[in-house]
Write a new protein. Structure first.
Length: 288
């Protein structure tokens, strides 16, 4: 399941949850057998574990000592606060992954949506709010870049006022064909055009390994433009262990060396039967 399918239904599915035996959190005392150094601030995207009700998932995160979750909107925030879980990347203002800031026909609705949600993000005590470039649909990248600058510049002053950071995610062309913000260089041009510390790039390691590679060098050279990180294994977007080609401990050390104090969110789709064991393994691998 891809995020473009999940993003519209996540809010409805995650509220009104019931107990779910699949988490199996009562079979062991997780706190006694699992601990993290937390040099990396850990987070996770719930959509990858969509068959586990959100409330059960939050309970499990508490047992692990992980206090953050990604891609949550206003409908989920009350449940997060119940379990003292921080929303490390908020959503809910975007239209879709394919309809974004590069197309002026969407600017009015996007400006309205972001103007409404930015103060709510700040009031809830959160910082990051996601956005998307949208697909090219035949548009030249230079024109799309300027369109993004024109549109986003209308909401950046409000983001600055409330201390909210708008973050555009980088995608690859295999999973998201025609998406415009598919190279870190293009995204960096956008950051430079907006000239605000309240606009950053969500550097998805999985996507950028597929699209351009040279992950560690990119982090070392361009980290000031990167406000958030996502993980997943390449190829396949599955577990981040030695079944795939990226060596995440080295990547995490490179991130730490930049002085980064934000969050790294697991966004892999587990293929093993025990998905929560895969999640624990992912946190452990990144816990350098």
């Amino acid at each position: 399941m891809k995020r473009r399918t999940f993003i519209g239904s996540a809010a409805a599915a995650s509220i009104g949850v019931v107990a779910c035996k699949s988490t199996n959190t009562s079979s062991t005392n997780t706190k006694e057998i699992f601990s993290l150094k937390n040099n990396i601030n850990h987070s996770v995207c719930h959509w990858c574990f969509k068959d586990i009700p959100l409330e059960d998932f939050l309970i499990y995160l508490n047992e692990l000592g992980v206090k953050a979750i990604d891609l949550m909107g206003p409908n989920e925030w009350p449940l997060l606060k119940k379990y003292n879980i921080h929303s490390t990347m908020c959503n809910g203002a975007e239209i879709s992954l394919t309809e974004g800031w590069n197309d002026p026909q969407y600017h009015n609705i996007l400006i309205k949506n972001y103007t409404e949600i930015i103060p709510k993000v700040a009031e809830a005590g959160y910082t990051n709010l996601i956005c998307f470039s949208g697909n090219r649909k035949g548009m030249d990248d230079t024109i799309g870049l300027q369109n993004c600058i024109n549109g986003l510049s209308k909401i950046i002053p409000l983001a600055e006022k409330h201390g909210v950071v708008i973050q555009m995610e980088l995608f690859n062309q295999v999973d998201h064909p025609d998406y415009m913000c598919d190279k870190s260089a293009w995204g960096i041009q956008l950051c430079e055009g907006l000239k605000s510390e309240n606009f950053k790039l969500l550097f998805d390691i999985y996507h950028m390994q597929i699209q351009e590679g040279d992950i560690i060098r990119s982090i070392q050279n361009n980290h000031k433009y990167f406000g958030h990180y996502h993980t997943a294994g390449v190829p396949g977007r599955n577990e981040i262990d030695d079944t795939q080609e990226l060596y995440y401990p080295a990547i995490m050390r490179a991130i730490l060396a930049t002085g980064y104090t934000g969050y790294v969110a697991q966004e892999f789709i587990p293929k093993r039967e025990n998905k929560l064991d895969s999640l624990k393994q992912g946190f452990t691998i990144c816990d350098v």
